[in-house]
Design a protein around this ligand. Structure first.
Ligand SMILES: Cc1cc2nc3c(=O)[nH]c(=O)nc-3n(C[C@H](O)[C@H](O)[C@H](O)COP(=O)(O)OP(=O)(O)OC[C@H]3O[C@@H](n4cnc5c(N)ncnc54)[C@H](O)[C@@H]3O)c2cc1C
Length: 287
């Protein structure tokens, strides 16, 4: 199991403010610092850790094998996504071979034919890597994935609601006959259909190596996450008291949906990326 460790107590959305440092000493980098909100940190065998290289001043990533470069962790408890632990991570004079620095590893991966063959990257992703920074290119994948995973949660909540609307009888008829219930089903369904299409469009742009991948994956992430929150909320409403019962899976869908708008770029940051992608050079919110 691996983890990707970038976020820090003082560097959330502002990832340019990393305080974790990497100092080259002979054949090793020595890493010092703290990470927070890292998925799978407690159970990770390997960690890809962002740090400021004290020799160059640039930020980079370093691959840590936990056995060879041990670090401490602490679990942070959260309302959803109970299947994967979220963690703080602590690095104290943690020694990492200098070849485990990202640009060295990527250089090797792209020039060594054997390694290149085993890279799990599509042709489209290779094209994107040539157009934008590795971080920006690679983040298009989890962002599109988060959008579509959100739609998966919404779909489950929607299907449960359709079934319940046909079965639950009040005032002598199934509640699905009431127009206000049908209106909720309409809104849920249209959010799901549009979110899914946006997710597919983003994935298609990545597969084609289109520069549109950045804008589309950011939009797919916001739209999918916010759609899932709205759909799971309405699903609970359609289920009445059962919706808020711990016995039904709906409360889990709702808690899991609520998680989707924070990791891998908050909705606000996704909107800023979209705005910048639409308006172009000179319109970055950060500079
Ligand atoms: C369950 C979970 C799993 C995670 N997994 C990982 C992981 O595996 N690896 C990893 O590195 N990180 C991970 N994170 C961290 C996640 O990426 C950060 O939480 C996220 O980037 C926001 O940082 P923050 O929590 O410090 O919020 P802050 O940056 O403090 O933001 C607080 C609020 O201010 C808003 N905001 C900030 N800047 C701006 C701006 N310029 N304009 C408008 N609004 C702004 C934000 O959108 C947010 O609403 C995870 C987080 C969670 C909750």
């Amino acid at each position: 199991i691996g983890c990707f460790a970038e976020t820090e107590p003082e560097a959330g959305c502002d990832t340019s403010n990393l305080q974790t440092t990497a100092k080259l000493e002979g054949d090793y980098y020595v890493i010092n610092g703290k990470k927070t909100w890292i998925s799978n940190g407690t159970i990770a065998d390997a960690a890809f850790v962002g740090a400021k290289d004290l020799n160059t001043g640039a930020e980079s990533f370093f691959l840590l094998d936990r056995e060879a470069s041990p670090f401490d962790t602490n679990e942070l408890h959260k309302i959803g996504w109970k299947a994967d632990p979220t963690s703080e991570m602590f690095f104290e004079d943690c020694k990492v071979p200098k070849d485990n620095e990202m640009t060295v590893m990527m250089g090797k991966a792209f020039t060594d034919p054997k390694l290149k063959e085993s890279l799990p990257l599509s042709e489209g992703m290779m094209t994107l890597l040539g157009q934008m920074s590795p971080f920006t290119a690679l983040m298009t994948l989890p962002r599109s994935g988060m959008g579509l995973a959100s739609i998966g949660i919404a779909q489950a909540a929607f299907e449960a609601s359709v079934k319940y609307a046909k079965e639950r009888v009040q005032f002598g008829k199934p509640i699905g006959k009431f127009q206000l219930i049908q209106e909720m089903l309409y809104h849920m369904n249209v959010l799901i259909e549009t979110g899914r299409l946006l997710g597919y469009k983003a994935i298609d742009a990545i597969a084609k190596g289109s520069p549109e991948a950045r804008r589309l994956s950011s939009m797919a992430k916001i739209y999918g996450g916010e759609a899932a929150i709205k759909v799971t909320y309405d699903a609970m409403q359609i289920h009445g008291g059962l919706g808020v019962s711990e016995e039904s899976p709906l409360e889990r869908y709702y808690r899991d949906a609520r998680m989707m708008t924070i990791p891998d770029g908050t909705s606000e940051i996704m909107k800023l990326i979209t705005g910048y992608s639409i308006l172009g050079k000179g319109f970055s919110a950060y500079t």
